[in-house]
Ligand binder design. Structure first.
Ligand code: SAM
Length: 337
């Protein structure tokens, strides 16, 4: 089918991590094109195989040929975290969250941390972010990624001495359930500021939104586990992919509704961005619609002026993705009188 064809030839994308690399996009594009040609061992002037493009709409994203993944993975800029292997669709959530310096952001389902790192960058070295991940192994991967991409550094390193101290734990490949790793990202900071970042190894649903610090959260990023029906592997390998009514999808949708409802119950939340890499209505529009019935204080607003809510591989040359931004209704923020 057309979809299958599109999935099998999806371009690769890199997001330029502006906390590490200030290079102009056009210059970077030329540099990568040259390097890719050198690696291919040929000089095909306008060959598709070595074409690098600046993404037409998503800021700081470059598009590379479908088969460049291996080459990209070994690129020094990717190893150092200056370039992030991230599908263009995955870059939309943090952009749609309308972050401003000083925001208090909560990323409810954070690992492996692509959106977390992007959100930290968009805070421009001022603000606070709490990241939740309930799988201890994935939480360790998240922490590692934050160290690489956004310069996450644990607080009070002097206290971390000793084999059983928090450092011993956080360096391990599995973090302890219930632990909280406090730190700061100084990258991009010029003065005493920096983004305060806490990684919580635990269930986002266990937070009590009425209590500090959660009652101060401004923005929530909700990117829960989903069927992944928008991912290429789903279409190319798993030919028996479930339909929108399978038991698994229904269970996932019930879970997604709980997570999104919980996010909307944070008293100071002004924006909640909900996303999935699913193309199923049951996990997307239906989740938002049902949850909004219970939380009428929020409304669906335009997430990004240059992007529709959903993406599909044929039109957008990227993974299937769903994005929805919910804002608190103005009149309810201030209350009557
Ligand atoms: N936002 C991530 C990114 O861009 O890299 C991808 C998130 S992935 C789709 C969903 C993650 O949420 C998984 O790592 C899963 O373990 C975690 N998760 C699921 N339910 C959770 C919960 N109730 N609390 C915290 N984390 C949860």
């Amino acid at each position: 089918s057309e979809q299958r064809e599109a999935f099998s030839s999806l371009p690769r994308y890199v997001r330029v991590n502006r906390l590490q690399l200030a290079e102009d996009l056009e210059i970077l594009k030329k540099r990568l094109t040259k390097a890719l040609r050198r690696a291919a061992g040929s000089e095909p002037k306008h060959s598709e195989a070595t074409r690098v493009e600046v993404d037409a709409v998503v800021p700081n994203v470059l598009r590379l040929p479908a088969d460049s993944r291996r080459w990209l993975r070994e690129l020094p800029e990717v190893e150092s975290g200056a370039l992030v292997l991230q599908d263009r669709s995955s870059c939309l959530s943090a952009l749609a969250a309308g972050l401003v310096p000083g925001s208090f952001v909560l990323d409810s389902c954070a690992a492996p941390g692509s959106k977390t790192a992007h959100a930290i960058e968009l805070l421009h070295a001022q603000g606070r972010l709490a990241a939740f991940e309930r799988d201890p192994k994935r939480a360790a991967a998240l922490l590692k990624r934050l160290r690489l991409l956004v310069g996450f550094a644990e607080k009070s390193p002097k206290k971390r001495k000793g084999r059983h101290g928090p450092e011993a734990k956080s360096k391990a490949s599995v973090l302890k359930w219930g632990s909280q790793i406090r730190g700061r990202c100084w990258a991009g900071a010029t003065g005493a500021e920096g983004v305060e970042v806490d990684v919580h190894v635990g269930d986002f649903l266990d937070t009590n939104p009425a209590l500090p610090p959660w009652n101060q959260v401004d923005v929530l990023i909700v990117d829960p586990s989903c069927s992944g029906s928008g991912l290429p592997e789903h279409h190319l390998i798993d030919a028996t992919a479930e339909t929108g009514t399978s038991r698994r999808v229904q269970r996932l949708a019930a879970f997604q509704k709980r997570i999104l409802s919980h996010a909307l119950s944070f008293p100071k939340a002004r924006t909640v961005v909900y996303s999935t890499c699913s193309t199923l209505r049951l996990e997307n529009e239906d989740v938002v619609e049902e949850v909004l019935c219970r939380y009428p204080g929020f409304e669906v607003v335009e997430a990004l002026p240059w992007w529709q809510n959903a993406s599909d591989p044929v039109t957008h040359k990227c993974r299937g993705f769903f994005l929805c931004r919910l804002d608190r209704l103005e009149n309810l923020v201030h209350g009557p009188g």
